[in-house]
Design a protein around this ligand. Structure first.
Ligand code: SF4
Ligand code: FE
Length: 483
């Protein structure tokens, strides 16, 4: 693996020459920008094998393409064990970072494309699958971060892609040459876009006949000509610019989203994995979404572990840990968190092989997993705020604690239990502030609702996959009702 440490990964980002805008200004080096460094640190953790005894076995595996040891983030799942290990890896990294470590979207993208390109070649006589395999072997060898880009900006939601006043509302092919295609459009809310070496684009919805120009999938270097990134803001993000890490709550790690604009970008044929095969586009969306809905049963659970620890610590620091209602609330948080984990493991264990040899999760259970994720983290966050108390949003700043005039008063009056340093109490409350209403809430809460599709998308899938007529038949048989 070419990039084989967090340091080398950060260095590799410095070498990218991209058009990036941060707060209205061009940004030459995202890694060294204080607003962005925590998000790069979170991705860098995916390159660190050494923290926990089980880490290396989860973070690396064997490539079925080359036989070499590779990062699991570049792997095609070859069995249900792989699917389970993926969830375990995500929980582990959620525990390390307490945020979104961004690298799963590309992994879920090329796992979806792996099976669909195989089926597309069988149906249409194309050669996308071998192109994807060649691309993957290179990504594995270099150990790159690939951003999965699916969500188009969509314009007027009541209109199909081809009906929009501005046809660029859905990313599309605007020209074809003898050796490739030219694309235009934009992808919104792109997780980890500024921390990725490559972008893997997929269609945003199932396309129909007549919408061939929008049924397109390809990979492109993040610093290709014509691509522009605009950083998305997060609550309280400028606290990272104040030089007061205490006020950031989770100063070392963060998440990152951006708008990615493609202005007539050339894609060579060998990196094109779908171009006009409308009948295949819906499968990519459905399979990618299912993989990413599985993912949340790992990553959000890992963050949940940190949150539950923070709740317990806050209670201990203020002398409330033994109160029965507090113990009850913490038990409830654990129950909710482990239920999400159970869903992530269940949809993985019930996975099955596709004709390509790549494994797919159980789609119904993956959707159940994600629908729970749209609710339970909010209840966990509510209980966390309940236990932590109102001080979470009324604490003075780090600068107040550094001011010798008032610091002794703050130390005296904001103390909980006498033996706990006041600043330790404030530290954990600042983290709780961040994860529930600050920067960290973008990854733990908003992403839990809308990441991998908003709740309604999961409801549609659940009602479609549940085989209701079969359940009716069962009930009739038990009740002795004749057809
Ligand atoms: Fe990975 Fe979770 Fe972030 Fe998605 S939300 S990229 S699954 S850490
Ligand atoms: Fe996500």
């Amino acid at each position: 693996m070419k990039i084989d440490s967090p340091e080398e990964y950060l260095e590799s980002l410095r070498r990218l020459e991209r058009d990036v805008y941060v707060l209205g200004e061009p940004c030459e080096c995202t890694v060294d920008h204080p607003l962005l460094r925590p998000s790069a640190n979170a991705v860098a953790e995916t390159y660190d094998m050494g923290r926990e005894p089980e880490a290396e076995g989860l973070l690396t595996c064997r490539s079925h393409l080359t036989g070499k040891t590779i990062s699991r983030f570049t792997h095609i799942h070859r069995g249900t064990d792989d699917l389970v290990d993926k969830v375990l890896m995500q929980r582990l990294l959620g525990r390390r970072t307490a945020t979104c470590f961004q690298r799963c979207v590309g992994m879920d993208g090329f796992n979806a494309l792996y099976s669909v390109t195989f089926e597309c070649d069988e149906a249409h006589g194309t050669d996308y699958h071998s192109r994807l395999q060649d691309y993957l072997a290179w990504v594995q060898e270099e150990n790159l971060v690939v951003e999965g880009a699916m969500t188009d900006v969509k314009g007027d939601r009541s209109l199909r892609p081809g009906e929009q006043v501005d046809p660029d509302m859905f990313l599309r092919v605007v020209d074809r040459t003898s050796d490739g295609i030219v694309v235009r459009g934009a992808k919104a809310h792109q997780t980890g876009a500024l921390n990725s070496h490559e972008i893997l684009v997929m269609p945003t919805t199932a396309m129909r006949e007549g919408e061939e120009q929008f049924a397109v999938s390809f990979a492109v270097p993040a610093d290709a000509e014509g691509i522009t990134f605009v950083l998305g803001r997060q609550p309280s993000d400028t606290r990272k610019l104040e030089g007061s890490p205490l006020d950031v709550g989770n100063p070392n790690y963060g998440s990152q989203e951006a708008l990615v604009i493609f202005e007539d970008v050339f894609i060579p044929s060998e990196r094109v994995f779908m171009c006009g095969e409308t009948d295949q586009s819906g499968k990519v969306v459905e399979r990618f979404a299912s993989f990413h809905r599985q993912s949340y049963g790992g990553c959000k659970v890992g963050v949940g572990d940190v949150i539950i620890g923070a709740a317990q610590l806050a209670a201990e620091y203020q002398g409330a840990a033994k109160a029965s209602h507090v113990r009850d609330k913490i038990t409830e948080m654990i129950h909710l968190n482990e239920t999400l984990f159970a869903c992530g493991i269940a949809c993985s264990s019930r996975g099955a092989a596709t004709p390509s040899g790549g494994y797919m999760v159980d789609t119904l259970l993956a959707n159940v997993c994600k629908l729970n994720v749209t609710r339970f983290p909010f209840e966990i966050a509510r209980l966390l705020q309940d236990i932590a108390g109102g001080l979470v949003v009324t604490m003075p700043s780090e600068r107040d604690f550094a001011n010798t005039e008032i610091a002794p008063y703050l130390d005296k009056y904001l103390r909980g239990r006498a033996e706990v340093p006041t600043l330790d109490r404030i530290r954990i409350l600042k983290f709780i502030e961040s994860i529930t209403v600050g920067c960290g809430a973008a990854a733990y809460l908003t992403e839990s609702i809308h990441g991998a599709g908003s709740p309604q998308a999961q409801r549609i899938m659940i009602s479609r996959l549940a085989d209701l007529p079969e359940k009716v038949r069962l009930a009739k048989r038990i009740a002795g009702i004749e057809d």
